[in-house]
Design a protein around this ligand. Sequence first.
Ligand code: AMP
Length: 284
Amino acid sequence: MEIINRRQRMFSISRKLRRDNKKVAFVPTMGALHAGHITLVKEARQSADIVIVSIFVNPVQFNDKGDLLRYRRDLTSDAAMLAEYEVDYIFAPEESEIYPEGFSTYVYVEGVSEGLEGASRPGHFRGVATVVTILFNTVRPDLAFFGAKDAQQVAVIRRMTTDLGFETEIVVIPTVREESGLAMSSRNENLTPEEREKASIIYKGLREAKLAFRAGTRNASELVGIVQKTLESEPLARIDYIAAVDAISLEPVEKIEDREVILSTAVYFGKVRLIDNVALNAGQ
Ligand code: AMP
């Protein structure tokens, strides 16, 4: 496993891999790795000849400076974890490698970037789409792996990949959860033990709504109401939003019919903002 810091070195390796006809799988991350990231890495390992993981805490996608400052950076422990899963390359650039002096080109995906996370975190998806474009152009992967936990991010990346003509196939991996049901997240580290325990209410609410959906409820506001009632029963939880949206367009949905719908929520526990979602398919 090689750790690459320079973009130029990453370029020349990916050029050689393409020349050698290697299938390259890419997992973009911000480090502070947990079992969710590792699931993406394992899937990547099974799907390609070469696995490249990037570790870059992208300042442009943070609208909350406190959140950026709190974010754990520990390349040594992340690299040790990735070495166990036969990762070939870690791309861990400095900020100036990605954003050189005078940087002024940004990617903004209209529509899908605007609601939910986009509304609560202005500029977030502009940062995500920009960095993923730079990373895709540097790594040139055949496959790129993303987690369903960040459902809106998936919609943004899919739209962008189609629109900008990247030859990368986007692969989405189901959300990995702690035993309590809490979605794994690097931000869980910032919760107090009590908050972490109580935060399992998020998935509990989403599950209850999913069960109601399975039992026949097709009215989105009723399902949102179920999540809201559950979350409101927990004094430590402060709801940012709960919404039912079309999985592709991210447009709000009122009546759930054939298309896949994402029931999505963002909840504060103290200063920590957690997101989670479940997919509702008419087939379920
Ligand atoms: P991050 O380091 O938080 O930017 O996440 C890197 C990738 O891992 C993104 O595609 C996330 O959606 C994915 N990811 C993060 N947490 C989970 C999880 N609990 N289950 C599945 N994928 C996840």
